[in-house]
Design a protein around this ligand. Structure first.
Ligand code: NAP
Ligand code: 8YV
Length: 323
């Protein structure tokens, strides 16, 4: 019998799902995701890396693993991996689209409603025994009569749009290109979208192009009744500009699941009454995380079995397995 292939697991990962790999593979699991702890002797045997929660995979690690064939990323967003660099080195990269789409869209709507109707604060009022002294004040904002704009009308953006439609609110969007399969109003720039709406939901990927796309001008265009919801990536927003816009009443409120320097959240945001903050949990139900974990493993088993993965990222779509 030939030697087993080795898979490096970086970060926390469902240990029951990892069992699926054990009959065929040796695993090295660095739960803290710190690849600098990897023994030099172990490096040549590593054929695959699982890149799990919150881990960034440096190009230098790809350079140090001479036999690396595939990186299976836990998450649809793969901004923690330089996929173009991987493609140049003939390394396949896969992600976990679709299995989390509806969950993330549910969270986005929950976050939006919590933000405009102040539900977490109303619950605190009750829990702190303040109801006896008086009811919770009327929320300053409402979802009614809002116009919703979506930055990133892809798989999750469309699932959010369907929910927004069900709430009887109009939907517009900005992508680099007009989507063929929807009739929502398209704006060719983010600032035009922000001018046209009062509720902006961010669900575009992190990239050099989208970095700080939501800046002070976009926030000013959103306006003083404006609500910003971010379930995309923290880098989409210039966080300092957002804090100032919230402090100065340039926009009304924000609901954020993602931040520029996670898990760090600026103290100013934590002190504000008009924000709702979540610790990057949009896909984080047991069910959806299980489905994501299984897709990570399906991609690896496909690669080492038939040579076909389920969900390659577009940059590495033409990468093929060398036998
Ligand atoms: P997707 O189907 O690829 O959709 C991305 C959309 O963004 C596309 O419609 C794309 O349209 C648009 N886009 C990309 N680059 C753009 C740019 N420079 N300017 C304007 N629009 C741009 O991806 P998805 O599955 O919906 O996921 C989207 C993102 O959500 C992920 O990348 C991830 O960062 C984030 N996410 C966060 C969580 C969370 O836990 N908070 C969970 C899942 C996903 P064009 O190509 O036409 O521009
Ligand atoms: C995960 C996400 O929480 O899929 C994504 O892009 O942001 C989330 O579903 C994250 O990838 C875990 O690292």
């Amino acid at each position: 019998m030939g030697q087993k292939q080795t898979i490096l697991v970086l970060g926390k990962f469902n240990t029951t799902v990892l069992e699926r790999l054990k009959p065929e593979f040796d695993l090295i699991h660095l739960v803290d995701g710190d690849s600098s702890k990897l023994d030099a002797d172990a490096k040549p045997a590593i054929k695959a890396v699982i890149n799990s929660i919150g881990v960034r995979l440096p190009n230098s690690l790809m350079d140090q693993l001479p036999n690396l064939e595939i990186i299976s990323n836990f998450g649809v967003g793969y901004d923690g991996i330089d996929a173009r660099y991987a493609a140049q080195k003939n390394i396949m990269v896969t992600n976990t689209p679709d299995v989390l789409t509806e969950e993330v869209a549910d969270t986005a709507l929950g976050l939006l409603i919590n933000t405009v109707r102040e539900l977490p604060r109303a619950q605190n009022h009750l829990l702190q025994g303040k109801w006896q002294q008086g009811g919770y004040p009327l929320s300053k904002l409402s979802l009614r009569e809002r116009k919703v704009g979506i930055f990133g009308l892809g798989r999750i953006g469309k699932a959010i749009a369907r929910r927004v439609e069900a709430f009887n609110l109009p939907v517009s969007y900005h992508n680099r290109s007009k989507a063929a399969d929807v009739s929502y109003t398209y704006y060719p720039s983010l600032i035009e979208l922000a001018e046209a709406v009062d509720t902006l939901i961010l669900v575009a990927p992190a990239s050099a192009e989208t970095n700080h796309a939501v800046n002070k001008d976009v926030l000013a265009a959103l306006g003083k009744n404006g609500v910003l919801i971010n379930v995309g990536r923290g880098s989409l927003v210039d966080e300092k500009a957002l804090i100032k816009a919230l402090q100065d009443g340039v926009i009304a409120a924000a609901g954020l699941d993602v931040f520029e320097k996670e898990p760090h959240v600026p103290e100013e945001l934590m002190q504000m009454e008009n924000v709702v903050l979540l610790p990057h949990i949009a896909s984080a139900s047991e069910l959806t995380r299980l489905n994501m974990s299984n897709l990570v493993i399906d991609n690896l088993l496909g690669w080492f079995g038939s040579g076909e993965v389920v969900t390659p990222v577009f940059e590495t779509q033409t990468v093929t397995r060398k036998y």
